[in-house]
Design a protein around this ligand. Structure first.
Ligand SMILES: [Zn+2]
Length: 219
């Protein structure tokens, strides 16, 4: 995004208005239970583009969140938003991710927060494997599945390297390797960070390309 006026122009979620169910209270973690305490708008000169500044009151715990959101300027089919503060826990994954992939990804992140480094590495490995299988990977084990998608050109070399690092770290914890000292904090964090990049590459980017094409055919 090069300008705040780009918010909601190229990517976002369906609908021309902010759906309060998209917002989760960062204090009590309840979703969608808000009333609008304050609303202001800024309109772009010579355009239909509007930035909305909402302050939401959580009806459950009486905490506040600030939401900046905007819908597409030409046809109002999507909108995007930023929320401050955001929940310091992971309670959902993007709708366009496969369910199994997202479920393991959530658990990888939650285990990081709870400092369960081994469990985090195992869940990251499962999320990786589920993602590769969603994309049609063939093989008897994760090693072969990574190689299969690399040969098919779906995984570029750098992602292939990182995928094997993730696989090996997850394996140590999965197979209870007693010669190893267990997954270290920084290793678990790095591997989950890689998993986040992988999700962007495998699921978010194709989704954005799709949105782009939908927009092009409509205009
Ligand atoms: Zn709340």
């Amino acid at each position: 995004m090069d300008s705040w006026w780009d918010l909601g122009e190229w990517s976002g979620v369906e609908g021309e208005k902010l759906n309060l169910h998209e917002v989760t209270c960062p204090f009590c973690f309840e979703s969608g239970n808000f009333s609008i305490a304050f609303h202001a708008e800024k309109k772009k000169a010579n355009s239909h583009k509007i930035l909305n500044f909402d302050t939401l009151l959580c009806n459950n715990c009486k905490g506040y969140v600030m939401v900046l959101w905007s819908a597409t300027s030409d046809y109002h089919a999507i909108h995007d938003s930023y929320v401050v503060p955001w929940p310091l826990k992971f309670d959902k994954y993007p709708k366009h991710w496969p369910e199994t992939v997202g479920r393991f990804w959530l658990q990888a992140h939650r285990n990081l927060l709870d400092e369960n480094w081994d469990a985090s590495a195992i869940m990251a490995r499962s999320s990786l494997q589920a993602a590769l299988r969603e994309l049609g990977a063939v093989g008897k084990n994760l090693f072969q599945e990574i190689e299969d998608l690399s040969k098919k050109g779906i995984l570029p070399p750098l992602i292939n390297n990182w995928s094997h690092e993730l696989r090996e770290l997850g394996n140590e914890s999965t197979h209870a390797d007693i010669s190893k000292s267990g997954t270290q904090r920084q290793d678990a964090r790095d591997i989950v960070k890689f998993l986040d990049f992988l999700m962007q590459y495998l699921f978010d980017l194709p989704n954005e390309i799709n949105e782009y094409r939908k927009r092009k055919t409509k205009s």
